[in-house]
Design a protein around this ligand. Structure first.
Ligand code: ADP
Ligand code: MG
Length: 702
């Protein structure tokens, strides 16, 4: 190999300028990123308004000659420039910040073009800090509207405009799609982008601003199509995978479990068990979401599915987002399955050393048939002998990245199979996947982001539950609420008091919970009051939880660690302090901790005003309905789909341009088109996906 000649080595990249760095921080790296960075609004610099005709409050562009320029020292030091246009009318320009160079540019006799909001000042018409530039008699006006882009500190509009205009020239915007695929009314992508970055004068600003213009429609269509293609493709990839066919046998383990339960399944539980059993019996991996309101009894359905898997000789893993919840599942499953001779293992991050090794060995040897735990279960070192079914509880609580890691980990077998040198061997088997959530997926999202997911719904609560009554009180009623707690405890019932998570300050969070704990202990003499928060060691948490679950503790003060899945049927009162700080689905989850037995339960939402509009609508929704599906709908209205999916945190944006609700017709068109494109124009489909989703495509599968 010839040695690299230092004289031809590429020059060291020049240090990045501040605006360049700011641009990269906004994700504007490639030409295509810049080309897709669209204006928020436009400024019209294509016309001049005579000063005499300009109206107060309007943002206008005027042109004239400087007749006076002076620095005034009265009050604040300021530069005052007087401009007279051809009609003889005058305008005063006022600058509170200025440089000597400004004075030069705006010297007497100079011709200026200025743009700003016109005000009627004490001295007549004026503009404060207008934009300005020196011009000649024949300096042309802008031929297109001037875009105003989303920017950040340290990134001047002028810099961004230039960068975008030149990136737009270079960006690869050639037509990827075959002609039949694009609705006739829409321009090409290149035309659409040229138009949106530099709209001609006198275009309807309204259609640009409400995104109904065909140029906008083209962008939305492109984006929706890419998203539908990637979903459809993921679905097809999955259909090629193989899984063990787990057939339920009459009289098998699942029927024994049913016989041993202290209750009968509801009709809805029976139906979803049947749907899951049908999936498990197929040789393709199941990819199913089990949704059902809090308290609808999803755990027992999971146990039934696990029983089918284990009876067929395959291991099962059940994962929960928190240790408390995982432990509760573990206890319940041991109680149900141990008498039937099933070995249940328990694995979380806090199990260390020998105990951990023992669990790992039991999973690897196949001795442990059911492994329950937190996401520690999917960590790299855990190997299963024959994993047939993975169940993920409260799946919406796992972040997008975690869901992805889980999926990769579980499909690890599949990759190994694909890499095999000889084609003769049978493909490796994937486990079936069952996800559970109390937060139902809205229909629009089910059609788009979760198109690759089958859904079962438990739409009925077990019998004998009394609906929870929800009351909203200002914090001033605190004493009344504490009196109600004393009442409840007196009658042998139990009470939760939830303190909010104070973002960015775990210490404050703790202080608040500790103080409330002291306050309630003092108000309820002789009554054990427990305290539970995220910073406690696991063993201590478990001990407190056991006291409460065993009925030996009347009141439990907790931070949101109890949010998901905790099941203590004797608890009948839930107080949520600073309820205005919680999200709607979180409030609903918390409320679901009570109303689990036959006693009438109450949820008290204490708030501290003043309430924001969204705060108000959240509390109102809670007071008006107990229905988790209705709550989810309202949550979507309040927050929008991006936040609904928790994608904000992950950085994986959902849709930038399209709106699932508003653009339903475009979505339908994209949905109908995706299979045909994948079949007949596979190359175009791939290019469309990578142009729009790039590295995000993986995220969308999770
Ligand atoms: P979630 O769907 O919120 O996970 P769980 O599985 O925790 O609900 O069930 C809530 C409570 O209802 C548990 O105590 C569970 O044992 C009980 N339960 C579940 N199914 C039934 C049923 N069919 N009849 C009576 N109680 C049931
Ligand atoms: Mg649950």
């Amino acid at each position: 190999m010839p040695k690299a000649d230092p004289s031809t080595a590429p020059p060291k990249a020049a240090a990045k300028s501040a605006p360049q760095k700011a641009m990269e921080k906004l994700g504007l790296k490639r030409d295509i990123d810049l080309a897709l960075h669209l204006p928020l609004r436009y400024e019209d610099e294509t016309q001049l308004t005579p000063i005499a005709q300009a109206r107060e409050g309007d943002t206008v562009q005027c042109e004239g000659e400087v007749t006076e320029s002076r620095i005034e020292l009265r009050g604040r030091r300021q530069l005052l420039v007087r401009l007279r246009d051809d009609s003889g009318a005058e305008l005063l320009l006022r600058f509170l910040h200025f440089y000597p160079s400004h004075q030069k540019t705006m010297a007497v006799g100079q011709r200026l073009r200025v743009r700003g909001e016109l005000r009627g000042g004490f001295f007549g018409r004026e503009m404060v800090h207008p934009s300005f530039k020196a011009v000649n008699d024949d300096t042309p006006l802008a031929s297109a509207l001037t875009p105003v882009y989303p920017a950040s500190a340290g990134l001047p509009q002028a810099y961004l405009r230039k960068a975008i205009a030149s990136a737009l020239q270079r960006a690869p915007l050639d037509e990827v799609l075959p002609a039949f695929a694009v609705p006739k009314t829409l321009p090409s992508l290149r035309e659409a982008l040229n138009f949106l970055h530099h709209p001609p004068p006198r275009v309807s600003l309204a259609t640009l601003e409400d995104h109904s213009h065909p140029a906008w429609q083209r962008l939305k269509f492109e984006e929706l199509l890419a998203q539908q293609l990637s979903q459809k493709q993921a679905q097809r990839e999955r259909a090629l995978l193989r899984a063990p066919a787990l057939r339920a046998q009459a009289g098998g383990l699942h029927e024994q479990l049913l016989g041993a339960l202290p209750f009968a399944l509801t009709a809805a539980q029976q139906r979803v068990c049947e749907e899951i059993a049908q999936d498990l019996a197929r040789p393709q991996p199941m990819h199913r979401l089990l949704q059902g309101d809090v308290g609808s009894g999803k755990t027992v359905v999971a146990a039934m599915a696990a029983a089918v898997s284990m009876a067929a000789g395959w291991q099962c893993a059940l994962m929960a987002p928190t240790e408390i919840l995982a432990e509760q599942h573990f206890k319940k499953l041991v109680a149900w399955l141990d008498p039937l001779g099933i070995q249940v293992a328990w694995l979380t991050g806090s199990i260390k050393g020998k105990a951990r090794q023992k669990m790992l060995d039991a999973a690897a040897s196949g001795e442990a048939q059911l492994i329950v735990g937190t996401h520690a279960v999917i960590e790299d070192k855990v190997q299963f002998k024959r994993l047939g079914l993975a169940i993920i509880d409260e799946q919406h609580r796992f972040g997008v990245a975690q869901r992805l890691a889980l999926r990769m980990k579980l499909q690890g077998h599949g990759d190994a199979g694909a890499a095999r040198p000889h084609g003769g061997q049978p493909p490796a088997l994937e486990p079936h996947m069952l996800m559970m959530s109390a937060t139902p997926i809205p229909r629009t999202l089910a059609m788009t982001y979760f198109a690759d997911l089958d859904v079962s719904t438990i739409d009925e609560l077990p019998p004998g539950r009394t609906p929870i009554v929800t009351k909203v009180f200002a914090d001033g009623k605190r004493d009344e609420v504490i009196a109600k707690i004393a009442d409840e405890v007196e009658r042998g019932r139990q009470v939760y008091w939830v303190c909010p998570l104070i973002e960015e300050s775990e210490a404050l969070d703790l202080k608040n919970a500790t103080e409330t704990h002291a306050e309630l202990s003092a108000a309820l003499p002789g009554q054990p009051v427990g305290l539970l928060h995220g910073r406690m060691p696991t063993a201590e948490k478990a001990a407190v939880m056991a006291e409460f679950a065993g009925g030996r503790m009347g009141v439990l003060v907790a931070t949101t660690v109890i949010e998901v899945g905790v099941d203590v049927p004797n608890a009948s009162l839930m107080v949520i302090e600073h309820a205005e700080r919680f999200g709607l689905s979180q409030l609903h989850q918390l409320r679901g901790r009570v109303g689990r037995g036959a006693v009438a339960s109450v949820c008290v939402l204490l708030y501290t005003g003043p309430l924001s509009d969204t705060g108000k609508s959240r509390l109102k929704a809670m007071a008006e309905t107990n229905d988790g599906f209705e709550i989810a709908r309202r949550d979507l209205d309040i927050r929008g789909p991006g936040e609904f999916m928790g994608s904000r945190q992950s950085g994986a944006e959902l849709l930038r341009f399209a709106d699932l609700q508003e653009d339903a017709p475009l979505l339908q068109a994209a949905r109908a088109l995706a299979p045909r494109l994948l079949d007949e124009h596979a190359d175009a489909a791939q290019r469309q996906i990578s142009r729009w989703l790039g590295s995000k495509a993986e995220f969308l599968k999770a």
